[in-house]
Write a protein that binds this ligand. Sequence first.
Ligand SMILES: [Zn+2]
Length: 579
Amino acid sequence: MRHASRALRGARWRASGPERRFHGLRACAALTFTSNHPLIMRTTFGLVAAALTVGAWASPLVAQDANPAPNRREGEGPFDKLIIRGATLIDGAGGPPRGPVDIVIEKNRISQVVDVGFPNLPIDQSRRPKGPAREIQAEGMYVMPGFIDLHVHTCGKPKAPDAEYCYKLWLAHGVTTVRGVPLGGFEWSLSETKRANANEITAPRMVNCQRPGSGRGWGAKPILTEEDARAWTRWAKEQGVDCLKVGAHDPNVMRGLMDEAKKLGMGSTAHLQQLGVGNMNAADAATLGLGAVTHFYGIFESMYENNDIQPYPDTYNYNDEQWRFGQVARQWNLVKPGSEKWNAFLKHLKANNVTLDPTMTTYMSGRDLMKRRNADWHEQFTLPSLWDFYTPNRENHGAYFFNWTTWDEVAWKKFYQVWMEFIQDYKNMGGRVTPSTDAGFIYNTYGFSYIEELENFQEAGFHPLEVIRSATQHAAEELNKANGKPIDMGIVRTGMLADLVIAPENPVANFKTLYGSGFQRLNDKTGKVERVGGVRYTIKDGIVYDAKKLLADVAAMVDKQKKERGISKLPVAAFVPNQ
Ligand SMILES: [Zn+2]
């Protein structure tokens, strides 16, 4: 029985011999061959359930789509010529900081990057590119490529009714491109993507991934066979969808999706959810051509030392989210860092050019709930309706802190150590790892969570320059991997799109200074604590956005909602002494 179920697993590591080899497609063929076997029936049933759940959990498809953003009122440009003067440049390609430089932008492209002198000496005026031009005086400031977030969903009703709220928080934190997985409902996503990419709205560039079977025009036909998978992928491409967000599908369905996506030049990213991972872990999905593994699901399962399925406690129930999110962290000691399986799996991912998109920020509340709930930015920038959604509740996805204990946090702390070690090893062998957020759940507010993810990368062992390269060049490469085109963003270099972040503090010294709520520092001259930092300007497609102004708009949206509710603070359960 156990042996049979192993054979049905789709791709598994062969344990025999010193060199473990991969037999993914052969195992999948076995699945087709024995399709009248009772185990398959059970498997098929499981997969239908899984498919429904992929559609339902965390999905803006269930919640209502947000109000589309209003037509753009913010931002200046693009300009015939814009010159950023005297900045220190962090190019995104891993080059060390250098400056002062002048960066010339013509319309929406970078046309020149010019060294104009030396630190601590007056700038050599003769070297400077000439106007007439619109200028940004950026002496003492830092310029980076715009950040790319490869895992987002937009706002949605009721938690954050206006898309503008998310868009402004993203831009205010330097995020100039987002990959929606999905952004929202199928038709809504197509429309907002078009408007964002034409700069009709104040929003980052958008790349639109959709889930198999979605789209009103598809007619809700379930994706059960390889042919269904191929047909939907072709249909989605015709509708203008850019890429696929997949789950842990049945191996035949996954093969159809991946193969067809590859033919059409469409990328893919997978959340290999626990309901389906028994038949499709990350090693299996990599074999079939998956582009990116998002979160950690399917990764640990690909290298368990003594298990094949996670050994859940006997009272476990996936639909009880405290079980779901509490137990998943208990995988940390089922794998062995540096083991043969660990290394073989890393090599397998690398050989298949898989990107890891961990979204570490998504799960941070699991390891320190108090910190997350009391983060500096909530009061000013988290909408009360979003706060309601975060607050423990058995129905809202990610609101699972019914009775969150020291045990739970310790498990997550251990889990992060192993997870981070894996990510660090993958980066060091040349693998691509990208920061992204999946914000809007679990005390994880849009924009702020991106900066938190940069900090997580540093904690994993990345040097800040490696972190920035992950956020820019590597993320851009992931977006273009499937279509084979060279990247035209993600590096500050002549010819690239003018997507840039300008910040007053040095991010290499301290990522915390990029939070929109600023960074608290003691001013020794005055003896007072002050808040410094934040992004100053975000440039997308040659259009200059004042990041502080965008944040002020968001703060006003939060204020307005509080006034409508007649509250002055976000509601929390108070402890009343002597009762
Ligand atoms: Zn997500």
